[in-house]
Design a protein around this ligand. Sequence first.
Ligand SMILES: *Cc1c(COP(=O)(O)O)cnc(C)c1O
Length: 416
Amino acid sequence: MIYNEMQIPDHIIELDKNSPLESKKSEFLLPDDTIYMDGNSLGPTTKSALDEIETTTKAHWRNDLISSWNKHSWITLPQQIGEKIAPLLGAKSSEVIGCDSISVNLFKLLSAALKINHSRNIIVSESGNFPTDLYIAEGLESLLGKTKCSLKTVEKSAIIDSLNTDVAVLMLTHVDFRSGEKLDIRAITKAAHDKGILVLWDLAHSAGALKLDLDHDNVDFAVGCGYKYLNGGPGAPAFVYVAERHIKTIEQPLRGWMGHTSPFDFTPSYKPATDISKMLCGTPSVISMASLNGALDVFQDVDMAVIEQQAHALKQTFLSTLTNEAITDLKLITPTNSQSQGSQLSFTHEYAFELSQALIANKIIVDFRAPNVLRLGFTPLYLEHRHVYLAATILTTLLKHQEYLKPQFRERKAVT
Ligand SMILES: *Cc1c(COP(=O)(O)O)cnc(C)c1O
């Protein structure tokens, strides 16, 4: 199917013309004729990220070598990134730092939370949480023993009921990676605090996509992803948020030298930094950080409420373009109420994998999550109404003719 020959209705073209984010499209570099609906898995390149990688490698590393740690402030990249991410989270720059992966940062924060709430031993999470979150908690349980750390997973509907005075920390993901369901950070955090429980939010599918207000919502700790909606590049560093009230007392177990108060004194015993830098472990991955640092410039003059609202508008266009037959054939598992949605729509279908492959063959990049979920990301910084209109039209056609049953759409690779 050649979609650039397809007719776009005037009202769709009008929606794009009126988009408050129209000027942002040109900051992204996407391949021609590709409709990218997978920014929830890997954000695309931005000019600013590529420029920053180029300067860091071809100018700074190449010409200034080791002096770049000072001369080009490589050593403060984790803090520079924290400063740029903080406003997207509703946080102060002293509360956010870029480092490591979400998995590693969860280990640090869960350990720290158990230490603060040391008379309690339970970590509550949700059984459908992203697997790495649960694996890290299991690993901690195995390391510390169940009397010190015991993971309890419950269904989403049972979260509030599971909160009691044995629970040390509640660890949840804000937007469900499968269904796209969004939880109420403020209400859940308050319910946990009422029982003396600390709360750790995973913002992998929220940071850069939704308006967040961590300080106002009294969140204790959070982690988030640099390579999804923040477009930092494959394997870009994650971030950590620690509420100001905890920074002085928090102790994390990965006592790497970069978390030391003065790493270059090379003292034999560990003395943590007194600020958010105490969450660091080892040497920052400079090239990856440079890429994320560049990518974050795109967000400097945009309001996250506008991004969230435009994503909802794109989802509306997509859903209203699907025919009734298509809607019946697919099952929308994302809540229909936009207040409970993240920035994606998820559908279950018996042939969800094959459908994802057929869409990709039509240059509509989506993804599949086992066992049967077709996921589409709506990222208004670079995706337009005409794109999602075309995606919905093509998806409708694929369903109508069952084109996804063709044998070439069946083959599975290592990464889905
Ligand atoms: C993508 C994702 C992660 C990824 O963790 P890494 O350790 O950075 O690979 C973690 N949690 C959630 C909810 C995610 O969606």
